[in-house]
Design a protein around this ligand. Structure first.
Ligand SMILES: CC(=O)SCCNC(=O)CCNC(=O)[C@H](O)C(C)(C)COP(=O)(O)OP(=O)(O)OC[C@H]1O[C@@H](n2cnc3c(N)ncnc32)[C@H](O)[C@@H]1OP(=O)(O)O
Ligand SMILES: CC(C)C(=O)C(=O)O
Length: 523
């Protein structure tokens, strides 16, 4: 293992430098500042703020972040060239803790075609670059670009020279995402054993995802002594991207006994930081992206949902709360089963007996065959079809309306309701219209205040005894409820629809109270 005083994995975030090299992800200075603030809150150890020599804007961004960031070290990238290093040093000047990060390629293909340098020339340039950077900054990192395709013996010589010149972090980039975990891990082991003065430095990995192995390679490096991981939020970066920070952090945390080393990141900030980056760059993440994707804590199939309802750990290896996601989701779709359907219906305030649940389940399956996802409103419609208006705790015994007709009429309603606990309550109220009066009287009688969002009536049949349907949409306890009732008297249908909704609100509150009580009992 390389020379580390405290044994933890330093998270070097390069979202603002390598991440910004992702086509479509370039950011303005104010946007970079927003992300830098989020990264500080996340608790990363190093923020690579940019490549100061790239443009006046990049310089300004590095400088602004250096001026503001307190906590994480701020790094700026530079080629092994005087101008780059001096621009990096100037931009980092206001930093509380700065780092100049110099790099040069070490693979034969880069030396021959890109740099047109011999191995010896590149080694000298690396040493000279580190030495110059050290004149401006105590903390210098050296990266051997394309390290994973470099001759290991030559690489060890270059790193030895970099340490001698004053570098204290040695980065081993898999620049083109060519490495595989066993080989990349072995390279770290080899370097730990062959770089002269390695005890003075920290080994770092920096992986790209061209073969989808950036995270696996980074973890292999950690297993073989790397104590800094370079990564980006959402895995953005040049071409296929960099190793995703959230995946590295959560792999080390979730498999802590296996890796035996962790990070200092506040994992609860992972999801909020990811969303902030999406908001700034407009670059969406795939639904199935690990840790922070929309589906990362969503379960659709019946067998999984049934397991989740019994014990979350049957199908979740992390708690959504640990990464800042509010809760797991059981998504109802064509693969869902009765357990999830009945659980969601109970949440919506419907307590169906076995035969009603079976019928609701048949309707639900045929709907799910046609729709990708079945929403709460669909479920309510299905459940209302099964329950009618018969479920308590309240039952409407009598309804009387007065003064409903005429220009100067002041409509009033009186209602009598029975509760399943034996109470019979009578109340009256006036309103702007008869329905308003009925609703006010029912709210008073039941003691449940609601906010009416929508009210609709329509004729279902024709003739003297035509059936009328009333539909209400209500808000209570921060949720929406829909109710429906049918009667030959449209005012009675309205009253029944509201009673139906109030019953569901009360059933839901009772359910929550009993869940709270059992949690307290467990605690
Ligand atoms: C693996 C990585 O992610 S490395 C970081 C990549 N990031 C970036 O390139 C973003 C910022 N880059 C830029 O804005 C521009 O490329 C600049 C301003 C740095 C340079 O622009 P230009 O001077 O026009 O050079 P250009 O980009 O065309 O070519 C790169 C030059 O740097 C040289 N070079 C490349 N890497 C290094 C290095 N580590 N040390 C010294 N020289 C280097 C190349 O050989 C080439 O030199 P040449 O022009 O003498 O042939
Ligand atoms: C400059 C280095 C660290 C790099 O970004 C890479 O090699 O991918």
């Amino acid at each position: 293992m390389s020379g580390v005083s405290e044994d933890f994995v330093r998270i070097f975030d390069t979202t603002l430098r390598d991440g910004e090299q992702s086509p479509g992800c370039s950011m303005t200075t104010p946007q970079k500042l927003t992300i830098a603030r989020a990264l500080s809150e996340l608790g990363v150890d190093v923020i690579e703020a940019g490549f100061a020599a790239a443009s006046p804007d990049d310089f300004a961004a590095v400088q602004a972040i250096a001026r503001e960031a307190r906590g994480p070290r701020v790094a700026a990238l530079a080629r092994c060239q005087r101008n780059d290093i001096e621009r990096a040093a100037a931009a980092l000047e206001p930093a509380e803790k700065g780092r100049i990060h110099v790099f040069i390629a070490t693979s034969d293909i880069h030396l021959a075609h890109k740099l047109r340098m011999s191995r010896a020339e590149a080694l000298d340039a690396a040493a000279a670059g580190v030495e110059l950077a050290r004149q401006y900054c105590d903390d210098v990192e050296f990266s051997a670009e394309d390290a994973s395709r470099s001759d290991p013996a030559y690489l060890a010589d270059v790193f030895s020279a970099a340490i001698e010149a004053g570098a204290r972090t040695l980065n081993v980039p898999d620049t083109v995402g060519y490495a595989v975990p066993e080989e990349y891990g072995a390279l770290f082991k080899y370097l730990s054993e062959h770089v002269r003065g390695i005890e003075k430095a920290i080994l770092s990995c920096h992986c790209h995802d061209d073969l989808g192995m950036a995270v696996a390679n980074s973890l292999a490096a950690v297993q073989n002594g790397a104590r800094q991981v370079e990564c980006t939020i959402n895995g953005i970066g040049e071409r296929a991207g960099n190793a995703a920070l959230e995946e590295i952090v959560m792999a080390l945390r979730t498999r802590a006994p296996f890796y035996g080393v962790g990070t200092r990141v506040n994992t609860k900030r992972l999801y909020p930081t990811s969303r902030q980056l999406v908001a700034v760059t407009g670059s969406a993440v795939a639904r199935n992206k690990a840790i922070i994707g929309e589906n990362a804590f969503a379960h659709e199939s019946g067998i999984h949902q049934h397991g989740m309802l019994r014990n979350r750990e049957t199908y979740e290896i992390m708690s959504p709360d640990d990464v800042g996601v509010s809760r797991s989701q059981l998504v109802l779709g064509k693969h869902s089963g009765r357990a999830a359907l009945s659980d969601r219906l109970r949440e919506l305030g419907f307590a169906l007996d076995e035969s009603a649940l079976n019928q609701a389940f048949a309707h639900f399956k045929s709907l799910a065959d046609k729709k990708k996802e079945v929403f709460d409103a669909d479920l309510e419609a299905i459940a209302l079809g099964q329950t009618g208006n018969e479920q308590g705790p309240w039952r409407l015994l009598a309804l009387q309306i007065q003064g409903a007709i005429g220009r100067d009429a002041v409509p009033s309603a009186s209602v009598r309701l029975a509760h399943e606990d034996g109470r019979v309550v009578q109340e009256a109220a006036v309103g702007d219209g008869p329905v308003h009066a009925i609703f006010a009287a029912i709210e008073r009688a039941t003691g449940t205040a609601v906010t009416l969002r929508q009210f609709q009536v329509r004729a279902l049949t024709t003739g003297e005894d035509a059936q009328g349907e009333a539909r209400v949409e209500i808000e209570a306890d921060g949720r929406e409820y829909r109710g429906r009732a049918v009667s030959t008297d449209i005012l009675e249908a309205s009253a029944l629809a509201l009673v139906e909704v109030i019953n569901r609100i009360e059933r839901r509150r009772a359910l929550q109270a009993s869940a709270g009580a059992s949690e307290e009992a467990v605690a």
